[in-house]
Design a protein around this ligand. Structure first.
Ligand code: HEC
Length: 157
């Protein structure tokens, strides 16, 4: 009788242990030695909220400046075709920097996006050099407006 009780107790304890591991993602992550900063980023709701908010701000500016007249960006529901598509621009920006024909000053994708917006004449995407729908500079926008668009575009994967 006593042994059965002990067995049941042991089973209950191990079940309790399992439940707490599977319901608690940070604990699981710690057990596979993920850096604490990564866990903080993944599990802090405010961090996620902030980025969604920034993306939304970017969409608002993007649409209010009519970037979509010339550019396709699914996230902003625009389908312009006078300029290159902005879908997947996080990858495209990296590819531009590696293009031997790239003559701008940017060294990171984010810098490239910023440069494309404030100084579009510095470098033309191949095939658009002779376009009759040249991109105007948006250097007159508020810095936080430019930052919001860059954030949005830098996250298009
Ligand atoms: C009149 C049409 C037009 C408008 C409006 C326009 N663009 Fe462009 N954009 C272009 C063209 C054409 C290119 C390709 C030539 C070049 O690189 O400058 C381009 C290139 C770009 C690039 C580089 C893309 C790549 O594939 O490397 C970015 C980033 C960009 N535009 C962002 C914007 C943003 C943000 C806005 C709004 C604030 C905007 N554009 C408004 C025509 C436009």
């Amino acid at each position: 009788m006593n042994r059965l009780c002990l067995l049941l107790l042991a089973a209950a304890l191990s079940l309790a242990g399992c439940t707490s591991v599977s319901l608690d993602p940070p604990a699981m992550m710690t057990s596979v030695a993920v850096a604490p900063t990564v866990i903080a980023k993944l599990s802090t709701p405010t961090a996620l909220q902030a980025s969604t908010e920034k993306m939304e701000q970017g969409v608002v500016v993007y649409r209010s400046q009519y970037c979509g007249v010339c550019h396709r960006l699914t996230a902003a529901e625009t389908t312009g075709e006078f300029g290159p598509s902005h879908d997947g621009l996080a990858w495209t920006a990296q590819a531009r920097l590696m293009d031997p024909g790239y003559v701008g000053h940017a060294t990171t994708p984010t810098d490239y996006l910023h440069e494309s917006i404030v100084a579009p004449d510095l470098y033309f995407v191949e095939g658009y050099e002779l376009s009759s729908h040249h991109m105007p500079s948006y250097v007159h926008l508020q810095p936080q407006e430019i930052e919001a668009i860059v954030y949005l575009l830098a996250h298009q994967r």
